[in-house]
Design a protein around this ligand. Structure first.
Ligand code: HEM
Length: 522
């Protein structure tokens, strides 16, 4: 409550601040005519003088405010914050047209650069322009951790972590302790990613893991400020105002300290025999030392990339999406006994009751795959994604000027009643269809960006495969091994207004009862 109040207060403060400077800004910006004066821009809701549509965007449930706008005014809208043009897309067919015909044109994010900051500095990955460095880093990320072969190589890492996850849940169940699903899921996901990135998980003993989790949580709650700083960056820059600089610098410095320790540790270990199983950090350090490398990278490049992978999607929607997806999906399953029964039936018949579900079982667990997809459809942790048009173009016959920010409301697209039957309901079966032979079922592959939890195009999420396997295995183990007891009849599914990302307002807390008398053979 206090946190919410503080945020509200901050919004008011910013609003007043903006009004005070509005006249100056008016002369600085709005006297300049845009090219769009010459032809039709997409329709636009009524705006306020000077600030444009800013007041419509100052909401913690931004995806919902944008949803209301699209219901009222249409699926393709032109908005304006001061002089910054924004295009809001809320339909699958328009998103499809943009990503099909303008993919390269929208392959930048143009978030405000915050020099030296690991988050938004020039060496960051999420904000780096589509160009040589992005291609270099993307190739590294795919070959070293997120591509199919890399994921195959790191199966053992995930298997170890899932066993630890299960053992921990079992321990709590035996002691009849309450389990905070988000907390446990976060430990699982963080450990998996740390190990895949740098060959070891963060140590629980010396407090390193806790430090990382705290920083991830703090980054999460700072996200709204980052976004505001982004929206208001250009107008306020002219006035020499830099919003939330202190907070951004502070958290960046704390991450920097942590990551520097990790780099030094890797440098000390880097020797010939480590070359074969070199992880992403090792490879980047090699490139950093190699004066003849094709791309000259700095220490900040390494830290920024590790950071973005650790947080996964900060600035494109949130942090730690698999964690929230595990919590939301588990909550939906608890609220839908029929789904739970069907899921168990499938797991029991494919995997049995004496061994823990493996990653290699996932392709045979179609209903589980459908459950995971349905969880992500209803609760995409990144409900909107931000890009920028580099050049002017035409979309659906409307003129889009260069440097327009593109906002795609994926939340609305995946709940569009024109595309989804009973869009608000948790119905995993919608992702299953009969195969051509009619003998068995198969997963529906949605086309034309009707299903878009990982964004799209060349800047779409490179972690979707890892997301699916982590989610599938975690949900699978939770359903296979335990009965989940909650207080009350139904889990409260309200969305949190405390943070910009799509997280549960009331963390899912349960007591667990081991489903199978004796612990499974791990
Ligand atoms: C359930 C899991 C996940 C969801 C729902 C998710 C969602 C997203 C979304 C919506 C975007 C923006 C895409 C766009 O602009 O079109 C994104 C980008 C990104 N994601 Fe994920 N993500 C997930 C897991 C992961 C994981 C596990 C990693 C890596 C460890 C990851 C790394 C990234 C990176 C690096 C980007 C930026 C890509 C770029 O700018 O080129 N994500 N993600």
């Amino acid at each position: 409550m206090a946190a919410m109040f503080t945020i509200e207060l901050q919004n008011c403060f910013i609003f007043i601040l903006l009004c005070l400077f509005s006249v100056t800004i008016y002369y600085l910006f709005l006297v300049r005519k845009t090219k769009a004066g010459r032809c039709d821009r997409p329709p636009s809701p009524p705006s306020l003088p000077i600030i444009g549509h800013l007041h419509l965007l100052l909401s913690l449930l931004l995806h919902k405010s944008l949803q209301k706008l699209s219901f009222k005014y249409g699926p393709l809208l032109h908005l304006r914050v001061f002089s910054v043009p924004i295009v809001l897309v809320s339909s699958a067919s328009i998103a499809y047209e943009i990503f099909k015909t303008q993919d390269q044109n929208v392959s930048n994010r143009n978030l405000p650069a915050n020099k030296g900051s690991l988050f938004l500095g020039s060496s960051g990955f999420v904000n780096t322009p589509y160009g040589d460095y992005w291609k270099f880093a993307k190739k590294l990320v795919v070959t070293k951790i997120l591509g199919p072969q890399a994921l195959h190589r790191s199966r053992g890492v995930r298997a170890d972590e899932i066993k630890r996850f299960y053992a921990n849940l079992l321990n709590k169940a035996m002691k009849k302790e309450s389990v905070d699903v988000r907390e446990e899921a976060m430990k699982l996901v963080n450990n998996i990613i740390c190990k895949m990135l740098m060959g070891r998980s963060c140590s629980e003993e010396n407090g390193e893991a806790e430090k990382v989790r705290r920083l991830v949580n703090e980054s999460n709650s700072l996200l709204m400020k980052f976004i505001l700083a982004g929206i208001l960056h250009k107008p306020l820059k002219k006035l020499g105002i830099s919003l939330f600089k202190k907070e951004l610098t502070d958290i960046s410095n704390r991450f920097d300290e942590l990551l520097e320790t990790i780099l030094v540790e890797h440098e000390e270990k880097l020797s010939e025999e480590h070359q074969q199983d070199a992880n992403l950090v090792d490879v980047m350090l090699e490139t950093y030392r190699d004066k003849n490398a094709k791309y000259n990278i700095t220490r900040n490049h390494i830290k920024s990339l590790v950071l973005v992978l650790l947080l996964q999607d900060l600035f494109v929607g949130g942090t730690d999406p698999p964690t929230h997806a595990i919590e939301w999906t588990m909550a939906e399953i608890i609220n839908s006994p029929n789904v739970l029964d069907k899921l168990r039936e499938e797991i029991d018949s494919v995997v049995g009751k004496t061994r823990l579900i493996q990653e290699t079982d996932l392709p045979n667990l179609l209903y589980l795959q459908a459950v995971v997809k349905e969880g992500l459809r209803l609760h995409p942790e990144a409900p909107v994604t931000l890009r920028a048009f580099q050049e002017w173009c035409e979309i659906k016959g409307f003129y889009i000027q260069e440097k327009t920010t593109l906002v795609v409301n994926m939340y609305v697209i995946m709940r569009d009643p024109e595309l989804w039957e009973d869009p608000e309901e948790f119905k995993p079966k919608r992702f299953l269809k009969s195969s051509k032979s009619g003998q068995e079922e198969e997963i529906v592959r949605e086309e034309h960006l009707k299903y878009i939890p990982f964004g799209s195009g060349r800047r779409g999420c490179p972690g979707s495969n890892l997301g699916y396997v982590s989610l599938g295995r975690a949900i699978g183990v939770m359903v296979q091994c335990f009965d989940w007891r909650i207080q009350g009849v139904k889990v409260n599914m309200n969305e949190s207004t405390r943070s910009f990302i799509l997280s549960m307002a009331h963390p899912l807390k349960c007591t667990l009862v081991p489903r199978i008398g004796t612990p499974l053979i791990l």
